[in-house]
Design a protein around this ligand. Structure first.
Ligand SMILES: [Zn+2]
Length: 134
């Protein structure tokens, strides 16, 4: 049997955990192991076990990484947009105070669970034991 024959469903060999695949599946909110079950419930809470393959995720702790990642991304989108709009259109202050906080909250709400999925997928792919494994 060659190494290519042993390639499993996610493109890894011998069941090795691909960081890229795990991160992408986490980004989509899917189980990093099988890509079919859900990774998060109630917005940000990881499921204890994948409903499809049974892989355990409840012990993984992402801690502050997802909020930091979200702040980094949202800040790099919002701040240049604020400066660009101000330079081009010079809108009234109330326009800035209306648009940017709402856009920031919207982007944060959309990106935070995706960032958490990426972090959990990467943690899972590295075989990190988590802080609460028995
Ligand atoms: Zn699964």
């Amino acid at each position: 049997m060659t190494a290519e024959d042993r390639t499993v469903e996610d493109g890894t060999q011998d069941g090795a955990r691909s960081k890229t695949t795990a991160a992408l599946r986490g980004l989509m909110g899917q189980c990093p192991a099988c890509g079919r079950g859900r990774l998060l419930r109630n917005y940000l809470k990881p499921v204890d076990h994948c409903a499809h393959c049974g892989e355990a995720f409840g012990h993984l702790r992402a801690d502050d990484a997802p909020p930091w990642m979200t702040i980094l991304i949202v800040g790099h989108i919002i701040i240049p947009a604020v400066l660009s709009v101000e330079q081009r259109y010079e809108p009234a202050t109330w326009v800035h105070l209306t648009i940017w906080p709402l856009l920031t909250l919207l982007l944060t709400g959309l990106l935070l669970p995706r960032c958490k999925g990426v972090v959990l997928g990467l943690l899972w792919s590295t075989g990190a034991p988590g802080s609460e494994r028995a």
